[in-house]
Design a protein around this ligand. Structure first.
Ligand SMILES: Nc1ncnc2c1ncn2[C@@H]1O[C@H](COP(=O)(O)OP(=O)(O)OP(=O)(O)O)[C@@H](O)[C@H]1O
Ligand SMILES: [Mg+2]
Length: 324
């Protein structure tokens, strides 16, 4: 439908359809604008100096002086880090560098010993994980946390927030929540389809392979329509064909305006997908920059690229037999 015949289109439809058509077009225009904005945000990193703690043109997350100790062990100690909105940032570093601890602390799954961090200008340091998620920042886990005795579809539907049927009195009146539940199910089905899981829709999550559970977890994170996702080794254990489709999804999410931070050990993946790379070693931020800066950075080579860590020895079971 072109823009200049919208009046006749509206005339030939019911008012409701006409309004829906206009709403759909408005949504498409705003999605296109969002896409352009996102590409611009990612490109904005082109002029940023590759220096640890450097300011970003449009940071969505700002971290200051965050530390976490386990007994005498310093798991993280980060002075300053900014995450650019609408970009894909990879967090790399050798085993035990503190990447997962950093994710846990920022998303409210663990407490920091010190520090502050703001997401969209909102201080998060005293918020529990569910409130952080409600603000639009969600994460996935290195070791998947699917509910094994629920189906793939049910796992996704549980991921949606603000469901009316969860409250006691509304739960007694089905008409109050059935429409919303249908919409949630439709969204879940779209995500299952997007992550090649439609065939597993009604199977228990416990029967999914390790890789499929990774995909399910990412789909579940997206049920809340977050502004920013933090993915802890999303590709580990996923077979190569699905890895490509997963990477496609990550790019698509970025192109639609989402901010993505991902932990990944496969350097080909990291170099191929990232707009910006942050490197941790021994809990500290030792380098950040564009892929070419990081590839040539002696501190990174010394701390990380010199060590032969690949997805093979990841903590998630490899499942190159994802055949279902
Ligand atoms: N709950 C805990 N109790 C004690 N030590 C912990 C705990 N969690 C993490 N650590 C330690 O903190 C350090 C950072 O661990 P973390 O899991 O954050 O590293 P990582 O960069 O995610 O490593 P990997 O690449 O292997 O996943 C490690 O030395 C680890 O042993
Ligand atoms: Mg980890």
């Amino acid at each position: 439908m072109s823009d200049n015949n919208s009046a006749s289109d509206c005339g030939s439809m019911s008012d409701n359809n006409g309004a829906n058509g206009l709403a759909a077009r408005a949504e498409a225009v705003s999605a296109a604008a969002e896409q352009t904005r996102s590409a611009t945000e990612a490109r904005a990193l082109a002029g940023v100096e590759p220096i640890p703690g450097v300011a970003k043109p449009d940071p969505i997350l700002i971290v200051d002086n965050v530390s976490r100790y386990f007994g005498g062990l310093r798991a993280i100690s980060v002075d300053h880090l900014e995450v650019q909105r609408g970009a894909i940032t990879a967090l790399i570093g050798p085993n035990g560098a503190g990447k997962t601890t950093f994710f846990n602390v920022l998303t409210g799954f663990d407490s920091a010993d010190s520090g502050s961090w703001r997401f969209e200008g909102v201080p998060l340091q005293s918020l529990p994980a569910y409130k952080v998620a409600r603000l639009g920042l969600v994460r996935t886990f290195q070791l998947t946390k699917a509910l094994m005795r629920l189906t793939a579809l049910e796992n996704l539907m549980l991921g949606a927030t603000g469901q009316r049927g969860e409250r006691f009195f509304p739960a007694l009146l089905k008409p109050l929540w059935s429409g919303q539940e249908r919409k949630i199910a439709e969204r879940a089905d779209r995500l299952l389809n997007g992550f090649s899981l439609t065939r597993m829709r009604d199977e228990f999550a416990g029967t999914l392979s390790g890789g499929q559970r990774k995909l399910l977890e990412m789909a579940r994170a997206l049920m809340v329509e977050p502004t920013m996702v933090m993915l802890d080794e999303p590709m580990a254990g996923v077979n190569p064909a699905l890895t490509q489709s997963l990477l496609g999804h990550v790019r698509e999410l970025r192109d639609n305006g989402m901010t993505i931070v991902l932990v990944e050990h496969d350097m080909d993946v990291v170099m191929g997908i990232s707009d910006w790379i942050v490197c941790f070693a021994d809990g500290e931020l030792i380098a950040e920059g564009r892929p070419d800066d990081i590839r040539a950075n002696p501190a990174v080579i010394d701390a990380y690229l010199g060590t032969s860590r690949t997805t093979e020895n990841s903590s998630e079971p490899n499942d190159h037999e994802d055949k279902k």
